[in-house]
Design a protein around this ligand. Sequence first.
Ligand SMILES: [Zn+2]
Ligand SMILES: [Zn+2]
Length: 347
Amino acid sequence: MHMRAHGNSSIRAMAAKNPKGALEKFEYVPEPLGPYDVEVSIEACGVCHSDVHLIDNDWGISTYPLVPGHEIVGYVHEKGGMVRDLKIGQRVGIGWQRASCLHCEHCNQGDENLCASSQATCVGHFGGFASEIRLDSRFAFPIPEKLASENAAPLLCGGITVFAPLLRDVKPSMKVGVIGVGGLGHLAIQFAKAFGCEVTAFSHSPDKEKEARQFGASRFISSNDTSAMKSVAGSLDYILATASADLDWMAYLNILKPRGKLCFVGAVPAPIQIPALALIGGRKSVSGSNIGSRTEIMQMLEFAARHGIVAKTETLPMADANKAIEKVRKNEARYRMVLKNPEAHSH
Ligand SMILES: [Zn+2]
Ligand SMILES: [Zn+2]
């Protein structure tokens, strides 16, 4: 039974008090509920690699105490007077973005994720490793009934990150490569397969072949095997790079057909070095993509429910957040860690 009274009593959370610090119990009093805000009682929250980067302040944008968590599923617990489309008790999901200006050129074009005033769920705000969260209701998305909360949570960041570029760039006739079979990659393979594409998975871990094929890959290439990499030269229309390691990008450009595109969604550490001629010759391109718009998130959730696309998850109680973070740090999650609040309920 959820015990927090309505109003402004404090929210229980897990926070890092300083860079690279372990998460500790932390309580905070939320901002007053605005007219368009909702308070969501959190049932499940996925652990994304970005949460580890934020805890460690790898991007220099973190503020402490830092409550991570931006793959949230929970129930609307309170709502402001202007919230018309969400009901008390309704299950919703929240991802990386918690607000945008909603009136700039990009917001008006339905690209809220490109808004200069975009606010991140756990940068300068307290995130989803908590009992509740308050945010703009226009960034809380109804979760289709078919999806279990722990499998849906990772779709809110990991899922949309791979779905949005595929939706924009890929046609059913295409042959698509996915680099990395991890939190993002295992979802990208499922989406690309459901789009009708022929999918090739690339991984440096040969032990992931069986599962990559179960997710929908029809071909698996061990990225350490240079002759296997050469054998597929010129065979793919599109490659989505989901890994966060520095790889031999020239080898992947060689695998693209003329007019092919290599799209980055993983934040690889080193600058990407590519000779211009490698792009000029086959009119190839390199691009990037960040999360997705509100419309794309809603399309993604509906598409995932329709095609039975779910994140493969391991769950732990919220109190074990440090254990989950450790597994993500060591790349041991298969394929996404999800923290659960056992007491969350639909009202
Ligand atoms: Zn994320
Ligand atoms: Zn805007």
